[in-house]
Design a protein around this ligand. Structure first.
Ligand code: G3P
Length: 222
């Protein structure tokens, strides 16, 4: 399973990238607004830090302008994945960009039918939003199960299932159990994945006992 981080905060991305666990980045207009920074500059900076796909979302809603914006964003770096919304104009734009060899992430997916259309439009990624479905009393993970099953039925669908709107570690675990290709995870959730109280407790005990031995592994080497 690949891990993308869901943020436009460059410092946060650089820090997490140092862990070696990052496979890509997703941004959206809300995350860009949160930084208060210039979008194009930010995308360029992120693309230099992370080697994998960096999603940058168009702001237009009509096909012609979306296509122009998408082409401009794709020209910023070879690892840009142009993000388009799951509308007819968005799908038309996805098809045109994908035919030109540009990675496209079709976002705001809330149904299996929408995911079928994204795959037919040649999307590199489809982004189903699990947390927002859970928020309104639907089962976000049931959508992931449906999409993974449908895509498995059609090996010619090359679209990767990118689980978005992740709110907690169990979303990541459930997505992995279902065989989703990618999780895009907010930085705080990504950091929380490593945490377990028994790990901390066990480490404390090991360190206390080690101290009693009076030994040093590096000795005078350091
Ligand atoms: O990037 C899209 C998605 O991950 C947004 O998440 O928490 O705003 O629903 P959220």
């Amino acid at each position: 399973m690949k891990f993308f981080v869901d943020t436009a905060d460059v410092a946060e991305i650089a820090d997490l990238n140092d862990s070696g666990l990052l496979d890509g980045v997703t941004t959206n207009p809300s995350l860009v607004a949160k930084t208060g920074r210039d979008f194009v500059t930010t995308v360029k900076e992120i693309c230099k830090i992370v080697k994998g796909p960096v999603s940058a979302e168009v702001a237009a809603t009509d096909h012609a302008t979306m296509l122009a914006e998408g082409r401009k964003l794709a020209a910023l770096a070879t690892n840009v994945a142009v993000k388009v919304p799951l509308t007819l104009d968005g799908l038309k734009t996805c098809k045109a960009l994908s035919d030109d060899g540009i990675m496209v992430n079709v976002t705001l997916c809330f149904s299996p039918a929408q995911a079928i259309l994204a795959a037919k439009a040649g999307a590199a990624f489809v982004s189903p939003f699990v947390g927002r479905l859970d928020d309104v009393g639907h089962d976000g993970m049931a959508l992931i199960a449906d999409i993974v099953r449908i895509y498995t039925n059609y090996p010619d669908f090359q679209t990767e299932v990118l689980v978005a709107s992740i709110r907690h570690p169990m979303h990541v675990v459930e997505a992995a159990k279902l065989g989703a290709d990618v999780c895009t995870v907010p930085p705080a959730v990504l950091r929380s994945l490593v945490k377990h109280p028994l790990t901390d407790k066990g480490l404390d005990a090991f360190l206390t006992d080690w101290k009693k031995t009076g030994q040093s592994i590096l000795g005078n080497d350091k």
